[in-house]
Every structure is written in structure tokens, then in C-alpha cells.
Design a protein around this ligand. Structure first.
Ligand SMILES: Cc1cc2nc3c(=O)[nH]c(=O)nc-3n(C[C@H](O)[C@H](O)[C@H](O)COP(=O)(O)O)c2cc1C
Length: 319
């Protein structure tokens, strides 16, 4: 395993370590992430509204403005936004040029491999973006048509890296320390984005950094997992009304307890909870049992049908 992973810069903003929490609408909100630098990602298909949104993001103190060119949600694509921009270069160019004129913070872009499976155009999109003054390109190597199926094509990250001179990062399927190192090594990319892997294991960034510095890899104890669930729930409750906070909590806890003993039963009991107090009690009961090596039997509810994966940026409201 190599440790040849270096920080990089988006203009004068150092990305160190070169690991980025991937944007996930409905998940990576302010509660999930309160570290700087932070990028605000906007999406939409109307140049004028996009320019206004970009100006607002700069005004509220964003360090970086990112344009979403990957969202596959029909309600976003319908208006020409998200991955729709990958098949409408004129619109994309206008949006990027207008935004570039309006803001002073760095403009970045997150793209997919292409819109259609038969038209992989990520390298062309990257070139166009660079020409419009974009200062970092992140690629999720799946097409819009592909959605979240199959595996991400990291060879395209390599090709973009060889083509443009701005920094390039890759996204898709990095769920382990080993995979992160392999993707850096294979593609010479500047950064790696981690999305779903960070939901299941929020310590993954720290663990990768441990390896980079030759330190013993941090292994969370059950107590750490319990603590982080509480912490996240507290932050959610500060941020939003009770019902959405409870729903987000269920979503995160679902991802987070995969593979833990009794995790499926715990998720079922959370899905059946309807108040903050109930959620807190369930967390306590569950961890109390497994931390003491006791089996967890959950509550008597019927098991819920679990979504195997959270789905894309459906949770987002169109700009
Ligand atoms: C629930 C969810 C929401 C997402 N929302 C966004 C989004 O708003 N903007 C974006 O650029 N990508 C979004 N993505 C895509 C991720 O940023 C990432 O590129 C993709 O999930 C692949 O990386 P991963 O395998 O590390 O999750 C979303 C993905 C998920 C699972």
C-alpha cells in the first residue's frame, strides 16, 4: 500500500487530506458536516437562477461553489439541470460562464460519465468546464442512464486527469481504506470523494489518514458508534423540526448499523419509533445489549422492507 497521497489545492484552498465527503442531498447537510472548507453545491438548468443561487452561496460564506452535473432525478433533469447538462453543452457553457462572472470563490463541477450509456463524454465535459474557468472537476464514473447500478468507471478519472490541468477527483464505490489507496494509485487523481462509504463508516477519512501517516488505524468501539448516533441526532434536532429529524435519524442509523449484531432488528425498531424519546430509548436498549454481549431481540414489530441503498439526489428540491 502506497502512502504517496498528497494534499492538493483548489486555487488557494488546501484540501488536506485529499479526501472529500461526497455531496449527498438529504444526508450531508450542515449537521453531518461542520468542517471547513465547505462547498455549496447548486443545481438547476436556468442560467439566471443558477447565477443568483451562486451569488447567495458566496454571500453566506461558502468557500467553494460546486455545480451539480450528475443528479439523475427526473424532476431535476426535466428542467435541464443535473445530469441533463451533460447532453446540453450550450446550456452548460452559459451556466458556467454566467456563474464564473458573478462569484469570486472558486467554481467547481461534479459530473457523471455521460448521460447515455452509448455516449460517454466525461472527458469532453471536463475540457469544456476547464475552458469556462472551472477550478476542480469531480467525476462519478457512472452514466445518468446507469443510475447507481454497476460499478463506477475510474479509468475515466485517469483520462480526465491526463487531459486537463486543473485538479481532478474521483467518486464511486470507495468503501474501504484499500480501495481509496488503489484509486489514487491507479488514476493519479488529486482527490477521492467518499459518499455511501462514509455513511456506513464516518471514521473512514480518519482511518485513511492514519494509514497515510503510518499510524495505527483507529477502530471505533461500540461506545463510539453509540456516541456518534447521539451526537448526530442532537445536531439534527437543533437544525430542523422533530419529524424530519427523526426521519433523517432513521436513515442514517440504517446505513450505520449494517453488519452489527442485531442491526436489522434495531433498524426495525427505529423505523417503528415516532418520537425523539422513543428513538433515544431504542438506541440505549440496543447498545446496552450488544455492548454487554447480550443478544438484541428488538421489539415485536414486523420487520420493515429495507431499501438496499439510498437513492441518489431524489431528496433534493430543484433550484
Ligand atoms: C443519497 C444520495 C444522495 C446524493 N446526492 C447527490 C447530490 O446532491 N449531488 C451530487 O453531486 N451527488 C449526489 N450523490 C452522488 C454521490 O455524491 C456520489 O457521487 C455517488 O454516491 C457515488 O459515490 P459513493 O459510492 O462513494 O457513494 C448522491 C448519492 C446518494 C447515495
Amino acid at each position: 500500500m502506497t502512502t504517496e497521497i498528497k494534499p492538493f489545492k483548489i486555487r488557494d484552498i488546501e484540501i488536506n487530506p485529499p479526501l472529500i465527503l461526497s455531496p449527498m442531498a438529504g444526508v450531508t447537510d450542515v449537521s453531518f458536516r461542520d468542517e471547513r472548507p465547505f462547498a455549496v453545491q447548486i443545481f438547476g438548468g436556468q442560467p439566471e437562477r443558477m447565477r443568483m443561487a451562486a451569488e447567495m452561496a458566496e454571500e453566506i460564506g461558502a468557500d467553494i461553489l460546486d455545480v451539480n452535473c450528475g443528479c439523475p432525478a427526473p424532476k431535476v433533469v426535466k428542467h435541464g439541470g443535473g445530469s441533463g447538462l451533460l447532453k446540453d453543452y450550450e446550456r452548460l457553457q452559459t451556466i458556467l460562464t454566467e456563474i464564473k462572472k458573478a462569484i469570486t470563490i472558486p467554481l467547481t463541477i461534479k459530473i457523471r460519465a455521460g448521460f447515455y450509456d452509448h455516449d460517454i463524454n466525461a472527458v469532453e465535459t471536463a475540457k469544456l468546464a476547464e475552458g469556462c474557468g472551472v477550478e476542480h472537476i469531480a467525476l462519478h464514473g457512472r452514466t445518468k442512464e446507469q443510475g447507481y447500478r454497476g460499478i463506477a468507471n475510474w479509468d475515466l478519472v485517469k483520462q480526465i486527469k491526463e487531459t486537463v490541468s486543473v485538479p481532478v477527483s474521483g467518486s464511486g464505490d470507495v468503501t474501504t481504506i484499500e480501495r481509496a489507496f488503489a484509486r489514487f494509485r491507479e488514476t493519479s487523481c488529486d482527490g477521492v470523494l467518499i459518499g455511501r462509504g462514509a455513511m456506513a463508516n464516518p471514521w473512514i477519512f480518519r482511518q485513511i489518514e492514519d494509514v497515510m501517516h503510518g499510524r495505527k488505524v483507529f477502530e471505533p468501539m461500540l461506545a463510539d458508534k453509540r456516541a456518534i448516533l447521539h451526537e448526530y441526532f442532537d445536531m439534527l434536532r437543533e437544525d430542523m423540526p422533530e419529524t424530519p429529524a427523526i426521519n433523517r435519524m432513521k436513515q442514517l442509523a440504517g446505513q450505520f448499523t449494517r453488519g452489527l449484531q442485531g442491526g436489522a432488528l434495531f433498524r426495525t425498531s427505529l423505523y417503528h419509533s415516532h418520537s425523539v424519546e422513543e428513538i433515544l430509548n431504542r438506541i440505549e436498549e440496543y447498545f446496552e445489549a450488544i455492548e454487554n454481549g447480550r443478544p438484541y431481540f428488538g421489539e415485536a414489530g414486523t420487520p420493515v422492507e429495507e431499501a438496499s441503498e439510498l437513492d441518489s439526489c431524489e431528496a433534493a428540491g430543484a433550484v
